[in-house]
Design a protein around this ligand. Structure first.
Ligand code: 8YV
Length: 337
């Protein structure tokens, strides 16, 4: 390795979009957190940029070992893995990958909604089992989505894309969000409500909030008790927004008809009682997992790294501090990615 400025980038990003980073620095790919720490120990004072995935936490400890760091480019729209205030204090720019994964994540959210509402997992298992005895009028009856009410928690980019798909499926849209979205209300005939009212009205509740102090365990036993009996919960945002023990209770008691989770409280652990339930559809955090979306995310990582290292404002700097929602609104919603 030379004495050139160094950029460390997680191996799991596709190569081609990252080629431009070599114009401004030497690039080394790392494989997992232990390898990142090894490289930081060896070359920490040369590292000007880091391209990380969401399972890599970057806090004070790692930042202090990176005295030359200029930019921290997260390959995700959510950035709860990064202590943004600690980075900002040290003059490090933090960037993320908004917009390019909105449609893929909304598609996956609807895949979960449909799978849970129409009991796809149970049907697939029965069809493969050899135990299917033929068509029956009472077999695996599900929920009609046309005419159902969909509550979107967090009417940010992804929440909006999910709501648009909801209209195509004939659902009524109610939403809970920090900011009113009058144009969405007009266009999708959506209505804004307080959280408990939205939960109580919905047949399907879909979470599209960032993970913050205010949203951690937002959906706990108390909130689950406010759901309409027989409702469905889907989460493709961040696992810790839902108290999984309370969710398992609500599923086992029959209070909820089903859950669809792309994200989990303690990834990669899967809650054993949720895994044991026939009425859960569980995915390993696949929201943005399409070939083209991952290419576009890496492209954003590359452009953000290059711009910041050149001293230009990067296209996707994160807001430096999410305001404390509680201070703004006694019953806050938060806009998601
Ligand atoms: C994952 C996501 O980051 O963007 C986010 O916030 O949760 C996902 O896109 C992605 O799957 C990556 O590693």
């Amino acid at each position: 390795m030379s004495d050139r400025p160094l950029v460390l980038i997680d191996m799991a990003m596709p190569d081609a979009p990252l080629a431009i980073v070599s114009e401004v620095a030497e690039v080394v790919r790392y494989d997992g957190d232990a390898d990142l720490d090894r490289l930081i120990d060896l070359h920490g004072d040369r590292v000007v940029g880091l391209g990380v995935q969401l399972q890599t936490g970057i806090g004070k400890e790692r930042l202090d070992r990176l005295p030359s760091l200029v930019v921290l480019a997260n390959c995700a729209v959510g950035y709860d893995n990064i202590e943004v205030s600690a980075a900002t204090e040290r003059g490090v720019v933090v960037t993320h990958t908004p917009d390019v994964l909105t449609e893929a994540t909304a598609d996956l959210t609807w895949a979960l909604i449909l799978a849970v509402a129409r009991r796809i997992r149970e049907g697939d298992a029965l069809a493969r089992s050899g135990a299917w005895e033929g068509w029956s009028p009472t077999q695996l009856l599900g929920l009609d989505l046309s005419g159902a009410t969909l509550a979107v928690l967090g009417m940010g980019r992804i929440g909006e894309a999910v709501a648009r798909r909801g209209r195509a499926f004939g659902t009524e849209i109610v939403y809970w969000s920090r900011s009113a979205r009058p144009e969405i209300e007009r266009e999708l005939d959506a209505r804004r409500a307080e959280l408990d009212a939205a939960l109580g009205a919905a047949d399907v509740v879909s979470i599209h909030l960032p993970l913050t102090e205010e949203t951690t365990r937002l959906i706990d036993a108390d909130r689950l008790a406010r759901f309409k009996p027989g409702a469905i919960l889907v989460n493709a945002a961040r696992g810790p927004i839902v108290d999984e023990d309370a969710l398992a209770d609500a599923l086992e008691s029959g209070r909820l008809a089903g859950v669809g989770l792309d994200v989990h409280e303690n990834e990669p652990e899967i809650h054993p009682r949720l895994a044991a339930s026939e009425r859960s559809v569980l995915l390993p955090h696949l929201g943005s997992a399409t070939v083209a979306t991952r290419e576009r995310m890496a492209q954003k990582v590359a452009r953000n790294l290059v711009a910041a290292i050149r001293g230009v404002e990067p296209p996707d700097r994160v807001p430096e501090k999410r305001e404390s929602l509680a201070r703004r609104d006694p019953n806050p919603g938060t806009d998601s990615a």
